[in-house]
Design a protein around this ligand. Structure first.
Ligand code: C2E
Ligand code: MG
Ligand code: MG
Length: 528
């Protein structure tokens, strides 16, 4: 990937990693603010409804007490009883008797038949005979309005304010509604009655419960289960926003605390990978690859017949194993250059050895790209010209991962073979289509993967696989090299199975060319 693209992508990723938790924090803050608001509204509405129910039930209780009186209406003894009732029910302001469109007497007014105080027809009558006057002038001509509720000529007088007398720090708007009459009869001071009436009308279908959010406010409606009353509470948005802002700051802090380290982590990871790739690119450019050689021996007599060239990356004074950088090199399009450099190093370091021992060989690992064209074959042929090294001394190891485009790979492999370079299938048995390749790919040898050799002598099901691969290879006339032999029992088993060649720590680890020369001087009669 191009460097600037990669950097841009990294910046986008790191920013997203930072902003994601912040976004979550903000959303959580908003949800939390809404939840708290709804909770508080709900608690408040319950308290307000409870208050309205208490007042209402006191009014009903007082009227029923009056109905039970046996005294002559408006007699001195009844007036005493009315005062007692008024005193008993805290929320009742007055208790009296009415009839013929007039107030006749009450605890506060005394006997007033003679004054002919008028009482208009009630605003509402319930099926069980209760009359309601929702908004009456005060008989004392005081500015306060009164609610009257009566039955069978007995009435109580109530101050509308007692219905909404609930402590509220947030000064929300509250209204009490007579649900049968569909009419608000008490509101808190300064409340917008029309707005509340509209809110009630909009929400009347709901059974109560959760808050409803409108543009500028949250609204809750609570109906009484036992009486025809309900409360409507309206909390202006401004209060909610203040709440939200405080929570937002919290959400942002938490979001940033989580997001920034995450962003840094993503940035570090990405740039480290990128810089590693950049480093590898530089290493290839500066030819910093080294090659180690691992002996391949004939199992019949442990004679070293050849070596495998295994690349290492000298990085900061240490050798990096190919497993750690070959896949990266392949992705970055660097593997072909590496293959060329390995060939160059091999021919520089081993030319004399190869010339001196015409049956000795080096096998070189190639990658997917190398199998897509005859480019590497061209390089190899040109490089060998005039060196006195025979083509069959340079062998090619290809893994099934390299057969991405089987038709092209098949042709390339055939071209190597036609030019005299034996071709090996490396890590045989680890790809899931190994067998099908054998039918269509003409190769010279199989390298049985170390994982199968490891299981020899164990009970594992895969320990039975090696003999089958060996038998099959023999029937196809292919040579077999067993990889990763670490102990003599494995070597002995493979020898008995008829495997021709072996490679592994038992015979020798991958070593630099100088050590290889010493090794050969000691162990291999033909190289001596
Ligand atoms: P490979 O081609 O299958 O090479 C054999 C690997 O097994 C080597 O690992 C070798 O050191 C290791 N090995 C050999 N005998 C033993 C043993 O007895 N025990 C254990 N535990 N390991 C053993 P290495 O050198 O790390 O190479 C790993 C892989 O990297 C190679 O597997 C090959 O696929 C790839 N590779 C190495 N050099 C090159 C190269 O120049 N070009 C390409 N394309 N790939 C290469
Ligand atoms: Mg190999
Ligand atoms: Mg292998």
């Amino acid at each position: 990937m191009h460097r600037s693209w990669f950097l841009a992508l990294t910046i986008v990723l790191a920013t997203m990693a930072t902003l994601f938790p912040v976004g979550i924090g903000v959303v959580m803050a908003q949800l939390e603010a809404n939840r708290r608001e709804a909770d508080q509204l709900s608690v408040f509405a319950d308290a307000a409804l409870n208050r309205a129910e208490v007042v209402m039930s006191q009014a009903v209780g007082a009227i029923q007490d009056m109905e039970a009186l046996r005294d002559e209406p408006c007699s001195p003894s009844q007036l005493v009883e009315l005062r007692r009732i008024t005193y008993t029910y805290r929320h009742i302001q007055d208790a009296g008797v009415y009839g013929g469109g007039h107030r006749l007497c009450s605890a506060l007014l005394g006997p007033v038949q003679a004054r002919q105080l008028p009482l208009p027809p009630p605003d509402w009558r319930t099926p069980d005979g209760y009359d309601f006057w929702f908004d009456l002038a005060n008989p004392f001509n005081a500015p306060r309005r009164a609610i009257l509720m009566g039955r069978n000529g007995n009435h109580v007088s109530l101050d509308p304010q007692v219905f909404v007398d609930v402590v509220d720090r947030d000064s929300r708007m509250l209204a009490v509604v007579h649900t049968d009459a569909g009419r608000i009869f008490a509101t808190t001071q300064g409340a917008n009655a029309a707005r509340l009436q509209r809110a009630y009308a909009d929400h009347a279908y709901g059974a109560g419960g959760g808050a409803r959010h409108e543009d500028d406010a949250a609204v809750v409606l609570r109906r009484s289960r036992t009486m025809p009353v309900a409360v409507v509470v309206l909390a202006p948005r401004a209060a909610l926003l203040a709440n939200w802002r405080a929570l937002l700051v919290g959400g942002l802090v938490v979001g940033l605390a989580a997001g920034v380290p995450l962003g840094i982590l993503v940035w570090r990871r990405a740039t480290r990978r990128f810089s590693l790739e950049g480093e590898l690119r530089g290493a290839v450019r500066r030819h910093e690859m080294v090659v180690h050689y691992q002996p391949i021996v004939a199992l019949s007599d442990n004679r070293c017949v050849g070596v495998e060239a295994l690349v290492r990356w000298r990085r900061n004074g240490r050798l990096v194993r190919p497993n750690l950088f070959i896949p990266m090199a392949e992705n970055a399009g660097l593997l072909q250059q590496i293959t060329d450099q390995v060939l160059e190093i091999v021919l520089t370091e081993l030319a004399t050895l190869l010339r001196r021992h015409p049956s000795f060989y080096v096998s070189i690992n190639v990658g997917t790209e190398d199998l897509k064209s005859r480019r590497f074959l061209g390089v190899l042929t040109a490089r060998l010209r005039g060196t006195g090294i025979r083509p069959e001394q340079i062998r090619i190891e290809a893994t099934e991962r390299g057969f991405l485009e089987p038709d092209v790979a098949r042709e390339t492999i055939q071209a190597f073979r036609d030019a005299g370079h034996p071709v090996y299938i490396d890590d045989f048995g680890t790809g899931y289509s190994s067998l099908s390749y054998l039918q269509s790919f003409k190769v010279d040898a199989l390298k049985i993967d170390k994982s199968f050799v490891d299981t020899i002598g164990q009970e594992a099901a895969s320990s039975t696989v090696a003999p089958h691969i060996i038998a099959m290879a023999r029937s196809l006339g292919l040579e077999v090299v067993a990889e990763g032999i670490e102990d003599s029992a494995q070597a002995e088993f493979l020898r008995q199975q008829g495997v021709d060649y072996g490679q592994g720590w038992l015979f020798g680890r991958p070593v630099p060319a100088v050590e290889l020369a010493q090794y050969l001087a000691k162990t291999a009669p033909q190289a001596a």
